[in-house]
Every structure is written in structure tokens, then in C-alpha cells.
Design a protein around this ligand. Structure first.
Ligand code: LLP
Length: 437
């Protein structure tokens, strides 16, 4: 019997041994073969999520419109090979992400370079690689790109990151669309207009349009529709005041995924469709030529394609307080609880058919009290050596992993057609000291 808070997805099942399976593969066997902590990604689910964006966007928008996978959510070479195969682009925010994508053979012509503090070296790298576009965050960066493009004798495409002044209800760390934000330039202050005017007059750059990103883990469609309203109005104003028609509108990422049973369900297809339909209507109403549209989904593409497996090391019951289930990972492979108090769902993978009738704290191994996977989590009765599966960890887990406490980073395996393959190998102790002189 499953506890009613179960968050199992249609690519998850429980086999005859009572083990959790992902894409038909026994997770307990995966833990045995590859060790733990282990990130496990279901390739079919990943591709399905990519296609959801690609199909809907290509239905509504002109050619050249596409989703750009936000690398920050998950970046390693195999992900770019899959994204390229699915015909989608990617955004990168650092030399490291850019290098990873290029080294996987991902076409520079589908790479968009983001970030609020790009270094000169990164700008050079992007220009030299021939990336599609920089998403310009500020005046200084605009001038730097102009200089570097001039030195290389090229004209560099740029989008301007505009802050629409929207406050979606999400947690502080990912709330980025407000005027008082370190990202972009705001319409409200008049600075968006100034940077647009300046971009049009700056040599060696070609302004192709505008970008906005209002935040992450946003459950309602309304803030996205508001962003569409504000951005299309801005595009119409710019057309009227400067005679400039944007060719591209990038709406950023941010669609939420449920992590725990209390979270609302998200109909991703419907959400993308609503945004697309609304944008189409707005362009019509404002007599704007339909721009090429870009979106930058991270979490909604990769999160529910991933789980993490751990092994229980010990169990500590503090009478009158709580029960701690200590695992062999924690904030080094999933810092989301430590950083945001983010909640996740877990189960004992080798007892997946049993009821989740205990409430426990799953403790990580790092030397901080808050280095937990979560508190008050419903779990089957866990014992030492059990395999714990934490669900929906495809986004912002591996990509935010660290070597705190000199813990080697975990491996990533990809599942396809009932088979597992290592996409990122586990770090060794030799790797941990590799840079020490
Ligand atoms: N585009 C831009 C400019 C962004 O800043 C972000 C996320 C995205 C796209 C992708 O957003 P998504 O579709 O994944 O919501 N570490 C946090 C999330 C940080 C999000 C930062 N920006 C977490 O674990 O919840």
C-alpha cells in the first residue's frame, strides 16, 4: 500500500521485489552497481519535457522560435547532446557552461550567453565561439561586447535583459523580476529605454530584441501573462518612440514543478500553450509583428527526470524529539534544503510498496546542523543499508553540487531503453586533491 502523499510519476513503478523502478530500471540494483549517492536521469522523460516546449512553441511562433535549456539547472556534456538532438538551444551563464556545451559539439549558433557579471574573458570566449547572442544585463557589458566584437571585426547579436517589475510569489532567492533586482534594467526607472536607445547607437552590436525572466518555481500562469503584457507594451512603446521593431522576445524560464504532495500540479502543456496564445493575441492587439520567441526553461525540463539515491548509514532516535535517518550525501549533492528550506519527497527504494508511515528527518553527512535533505518527511520504516530515493532532483542538484568537507561529487547515470550508462563519473579521492600543489 502506498501512502497517500506518494509523488510517484508515470515513469516510476514498484516491481515484484517491492523496489522502486525508474524507466523500468530497478533503483536498488542501480545503487548496488554504481554506488551512492547517485543521480539518476530518465532520458525519455527529459526528451519528453524538451519536446513539450519545442512542439508548442513551433506551433505558435515563427521559425527560429525555440526553448533554450537553462544550463544552470543541469549541465554536463550528455545533456547538450540530447538537447541538440531534440532541436532545442541552450542558455549558458559562464565560461564553464559554454565550454561544456561546445565540447559536446553543441552548435554555438544555438547558445545564448547570460549573466549579470560577465567577465571580459567570457565575452571574448563567446564572441570567438560565434554564439547566437549575448543577453546584455547592463550598460558596461554592452560597451564591453561592442569593444570585443570590434576587435574581432564582427557584429554581435544582443538581447537586452529588461526588468518588467513583476513580483511573482516564489522564494526570495529566485525572485528576479522586480525593479530592485541585481538583474537587468528596469522599465519603471526609464533605464530600459536608455539602454535600448544606446544599444541601437552602439557600434559592432545588433540589437535583436528583449529578454525578461521573472523568477523561478512559479506555479501560476498569471505572472507569466503579466510579463507578456508588460513586454509587448514595452516593444510597442519602443516601436513608437524609436521606430525599432524587436525581432526576438525571450520570456525566460520559471515554470514550477511539484516537489511534495502539497504543491499544486502543473499542466506543463497547458501552461506553455496559455503563454503562447496570450502572446499571439497581444501582438495582434498591438499590431506588433510576431517576434521569434525564446523561452529558457530549466527546472521544468530536467527536475522530474531525475532522482537521487542514497544509502542509510545510521538511524538516531532522540526520545521526545525526532528520528534522524542519516545518509551518505546531503548538502554537497543537494544544497536546496540548506539554502532555501526547499522540500522534497523521499521513499525507501527497497521498501517502496510499504506504507510511508514514519515521519523522519533525513540528515546529510556534512558538518552543519542544517545540512539536511529535509525535515518531517514521510518515509517507510528505514534501516541501515536501505536505499533512499529522493524524487524530483534533476534540477539544481548536480549543477549546485560542491566538494564541501572534501566529499567527492557523485556520478550521474542516464537511463534509456531499460539500460543505464554513466554520463558523469563519480569523483575519486584523487580528483579531490587534483588541484592541490
Ligand atoms: N533564465 C534565467 C535568466 C534564469 O535566471 C533562470 C533561473 C532560468 C532561466 C531558469 O529558470 P527555471 O526554469 O529553472 O525556473 N537554485 C534555485 C533556482 C535558481 C534559478 C535561477 N535562475 C533552486 O534550486 O530552486
Amino acid at each position: 500500500m502506498l501512502h497517500d502523499n506518494n509523488m510517484l510519476q508515470d515513469n516510476h513503478a514498484i516491481n515484484a521485489a517491492g523496489h522502486l523502478t525508474v524507466a523500468g530500471v530497478d533503483t536498488v540494483a542501480l545503487a548496488e552497481e554504481y554506488g551512492t549517492p547517485l543521480y539518476v536521469m530518465d532520458e525519455a522523460r527529459l526528451r519528453r519535457n524538451m519536446r513539450r516546449y519545442a512542439d508548442t512553441m513551433s506551433k505558435y511562433f515563427p521559425e527560429g522560435s525555440m526553448p533554450l535549456m537553462a544550463s544552470k539547472a543541469l549541465s554536463f556534456r550528455e545533456i547538450y547532446r540530447i538537447a541538440d538532438d531534440e532541436g532545442i538551444g541552450a542558455d549558458v551563464v559562464s565560461a564553464g557552461e559554454l565550454y561544456t556545451a561546445l565540447s559536446a559539439g553543441f552548435p554555438a549558433s544555438k547558445l545564448y550567453f547570460h549573466g549579470s557579471a560577465k567577465t571580459l574573458a567570457e565575452i571574448r570566449m563567446g564572441v570567438e565561439a560565434g554564439i547566437a547572442c549575448f543577453v546584455v544585463d547592463n550598460f558596461e557589458e554592452l560597451h564591453r561586447i561592442s569593444r570585443v566584437a570590434g576587435e574581432h571585426g564582427v557584429t554581435q547579436n544582443v538581447l537586452l535583459r529588461i526588468t518588467p517589475g513583476i513580483d511573482p510569489h516564489t522564494y526570495e532567492a529566485v525572485n528576479t523580476g522586480r525593479v530592485d533586482s541585481k538583474f537587468g534594467v528596469a522599465i519603471e526607472t526609464g533605464q530600459a529605454f536608455e539602454i535600448t536607445q544606446e544599444a541601437l547607437e552602439t557600434p559592432n552590436v545588433r540589437l535583436i530584441g528583449f529578454h525578461c525572466h521573472i523568477g523561478s518555481q512559479i506555479f501560476e500562469a498569471a505572472p507569466f501573462l503579466d510579463a507578456v503584457d508588460i513586454m509587448t507594451q514595452y516593444m510597442a512603446d519602443i516601436r513608437d518612440r524609436l521606430g525599432y521593431a524587436a525581432e526576438v522576445l525571450n520570456l525566460g524560464g520559471g515554470i514550477a514543478v511539484p516537489y511534495v504532495f502539497r504543491d499544486p500540479e502543473v499542466d506543463l502543456d497547458a501552461c506553455i500553450r496559455d503563454i503562447c496564445e496570450h502572446l499571439t493575441e497581444r501582438c495582434k492587439a498591438l499590431s506588433l509583428p510576431m517576434p521569434k520567441v525564446l523561452m529558457e526553461p530549466g527546472r521544468s525540463i530536467v527536475a522530474d527526470a531525475g532522482i537521487t539515491l542514497y544509502t542509510v548509514q545510521n538511524i538516531k532516535v532522540i526520545p521526545g524529539y525526532k528520528k534522524y535517518v542519516a545518509v551518505d550525501g546531503g548538502m554537497t549533492d543537494n544544497p536546496r534544503y540548506a539554502l532555501y528550506g526547499a522540500e522534497h519527497t523521499a521513499l525507501v527504494a527497497n521498501k517502496a510498496a510499504e506504507p510511508q508511515d514514519e515521519i523522519v528527518t533525513i540528515a546529510g553527512r556534512c558538518c552543519e546542523s542544517d545540512a539536511l535533505i529535509g525535515e518531517n518527511m514521510a518515509l517507510q520504516k528505514a534501516e541501515v543499508d536501505d536505499t533512499i530515493a529522493v524524487l524530483v532532483t534533476g534540477a539544481y542538484n548536480y549543477s549546485m553540487a560542491s566538494n564541501y568537507n572534501r566529499v567527492p561529487r557523485s556520478a550521474v547515470v542516464m537511463l534509456k531503453d531499460g539500460k543505464a550508462r554513466v554520463a558523469v563519473r563519480r569523483e575519486t579521492l584523487e580528483d579531490v586533491i587534483a588541484y592541490d600543489l
